[in-house]
Design a protein around this ligand. Structure first.
Ligand code: ADE
Length: 222
């Protein structure tokens, strides 16, 4: 998979060059290219924002640098072009799995009060939100999405970190995990996990999943 990012803050995406995702990029399992939108500004001061028509607070990103950057990076429109915005479809694990099937994805990050609507109308395929709250820009939302999607790219996770048994994978939250020591601060590991009886362990874990999902996310059980 090839991932293109358009942003005014390229340095933020260095946060994706650590741990599992760093290894995945080194192993060419996916490629991440980050482009500075400001490089495409034709303004003599490299300006990328202006006041909103109709008045109101803040600044809006002007269309020229964005439109030129998008169409220079993705000339033949091979990318699914995603604009991060609180107005978009909310990200879910199912949507993450769908996005992981794409060959080329572009994430366009807005700042200030957002981008000129004409760029969305002309150049964007999908608006995506990571939740019902407002961030100062789309960068963190793009990073959250890239992180979640990359876990579904073949080879990124080892067997020991598979996506099969985790929250949401079967519509339920995950069961609790325990490791050594057997007793910590007086708290013991549930006995069934020490029994070696895999059928009983599977049954206990499933029951725990139902219990915690009922308590915390009853909406998932419907
Ligand atoms: N930009 C600002 N807030 C956002 C959100 N919640 N999701 C995606 N992009 C955003």
């Amino acid at each position: 998979m090839k991932i293109e990012v358009l942003t005014l803050f390229p340095e933020m995406f260095e946060a994706l060059n650590v741990g599992i995702l760093k290894k995945a990029q080194q192993n060419k399992l996916f490629e991440l290219n980050v482009t500075n939108i400001r490089d495409y500004s034709l303004d003599k001061h490299k300006k990328v924002d202006d006041t909103p028509f109709g008045g109101g607070a803040g600044m809006v990103m002007t269309p020229q640098p964005l439109h030129d950057a998008i169409n220079a990076v993705d000339k033949d429109h091979k990318c699914l072009r995603i604009y991060l915005s609180p107005k978009g479809e909310t990200l879910s694990q199912n949507l993450v799995k769908e996005l992981a099937k794409e060959e080329n994805i572009m994430f366009v990050c807005g700042n200030y009060e957002g981008i000129d609507q004409r760029v969305i109308d002309l150049d964007i395929d999908k608006e995506l939100s990571i939740g019902d709250y407002v961030l100062t820009g789309g960068e963190m939302a793009a990073m959250v999405t890239i992180n979640a999607v990359s876990r579904y790219i073949d080879g990124v996770l080892g067997n020991s970190e598979s996506t099969n048994e985790e929250s949401f994978s079967d519509g339920l939250l995950e069961y609790p995990q325990y490791t050594h020591p057997q007793v910590f601060e007086g708290l013991e590991v549930p006995e069934v996990l020490l029994s070696g009886n895999h059928q009983n362990i599977a049954k206990w874990r499933h029951e725990e999943q139902i219990k915690i999902t009922k308590e915390r996310r009853p909406d998932l059980l419907k």
